[in-house]
Unconditional design. Sequence first.
Length: 99
Amino acid sequence: MLYPDYQRLARMYRKENYSGGSKSTSDAWVTIEKVYPPQDMVINSLLKSYGIPVKIERREISQFPVSFGPLAEVKISVPADRVEEARALLQKAVEEPDV
């Protein structure tokens, strides 16, 4: 038997109603870039520094000491509601000259 107020509590704590913290209300993640190391670390750091959650997907095979070609490709994803902001930051970073 479930806790008697389970249904009420479940409705109260749905993600759509969550207003605390910096958690995204979207479950959908969108791949914004496909890059190769070390670009992935730079982009990850940039987006996280602006508070944008990032998911990194690598196709590493532990038996190979070095990844190259398609196996080295890294997919960078952000929540669907932060895609425009993330792409704008990446575009701005590309356009700014190094000082």
